[in-house]
Design a protein around this ligand. Structure first.
Ligand SMILES: Nc1ncnc2c1ncn2[C@@H]1O[C@H](COP(=O)(O)OP(=O)(O)OP(=O)(O)O)[C@@H](O)[C@H]1O
Ligand SMILES: [Mg+2]
Length: 264
């Protein structure tokens, strides 16, 4: 573990998550027997009651189940699988939005995520202020933010709205700014979850071109979730097929697609 690595203390007794910005490490991401389970209560009331009592019944749903894989730096990997297979959950664990229940997760490098693009903005702040705020959260200096800002604003094409509070934005406008931000910073690891349909058709094409541009940098590691085999082939060399939270096939993208389509 490098000196600046961060061991996130597990919320459960078993899960271990290690993150650092060591982009020289050959391995970008490693999942070792990762399980993420959610407690499914009968309704919101039962969920609330469960904070006071252990007796409230619930069902365990394993979104990721004993999931293991290793992704080397510079690889472009597609996650394939039917609805509910656990693809987004794996991405959320990688980005830190979700915490595993058990197992070990190692992430070397800065992650930028093209998922839930409109989430996390402050509606009271303008688009421009949100860029600065998000930049600070990313640990960027004021100079770095000042340098990136025009590029982000130019890409998002929000016109005068960039200085209006974000509560006045349409959902497409929020996603545009989310995409513009996430794709303008230089990540070591780029995570894309079906986010390429941002905005209208012209804007979606522009986003696709931007993703291509990022991916043409062979140092960037890419994880891509899609239901489209054409996009998977276009972007990735390797495919991992998930089913019920398990890794059931991991190979060259053509073989992975053939396997996945054969199962449907
Ligand atoms: N917050 C949550 N609470 C309860 N169950 C959840 C939660 N998030 C995901 N799940 C469940 O975990 C399983 C995996 O979900 P996930 O979103 O990872 O699937 P996915 O492969 O991304 O599916 P899709 O192709 O539909 O996007 C599903 O059964 C889902 O219902
Ligand atoms: Mg999903």
């Amino acid at each position: 573990m490098s000196s600046n690595s961060q061991l996130l203390l597990p919320r459960s007794s078993e899960a271990i998550v290690i993150r650092d910005e060591d982009s020289s490490n050959n391995v970008a991401i490693e999942f070792q027997n990762v399980t993420k389970s959610y407690k499914l209560f009968k309704n919101d009331r039962a969920r609330f009651m469960a904070t006071f009592s252990k007796k409230v019944p619930y069902k365990d749903v394993c979104a990721n189940n004993d999931l293991s894989f290793t992704i080397r730096r510079g690889e472009a990997v597609a996650f394939l699988g039917t609805n509910g297979a656990g693809k987004s959950t794996a991405l959320k664990i990688i980005t830190g939005v979700a915490h595993p229940t058990s197992g070990k997760v190692v992430v070397h490098g800065r992650v930028s995520a093209l998922l839930e693009l409109s989430a996390g903005f402050d509606g009271q702040l303008s688009g421009r202020e949100n860029i600065a705020f998000r930049g600070q959260l990313w640990g960027l200096s004021a100079e770095e933010i000042a340098e990136l800002e025009p590029r982000i604003i130019d890409f998002a094409e929000l016109g005068d709205y960039i200085d209006q509070p974000m509560r006045t934005y349409s959902s497409g406008m929020k996603s545009r700014l989310g995409f513009a931000f996430a794709s303008s910073i230089k990540p070591d690891i780029l995570v894309v979850d079906e986010a390429l349909s941002v905005g209208d058709r012209r804007f979606a094409r522009k986003c696709l071109d931007r993703v291509h541009e990022i991916m043409s940098d062979s140092h960037v590691t890419v994880l891509f979730v899609t239901h489209s085999s054409t996009s998977a082939k276009e972007f990735c060399k390797r495919g991992i097929v998930l089913e019920k939270g398990h890794n059931i096939f991991d190979a060259d993208i053509k073989d992975a697609i053939a396997f996945y389509e054969g199962k449907m």
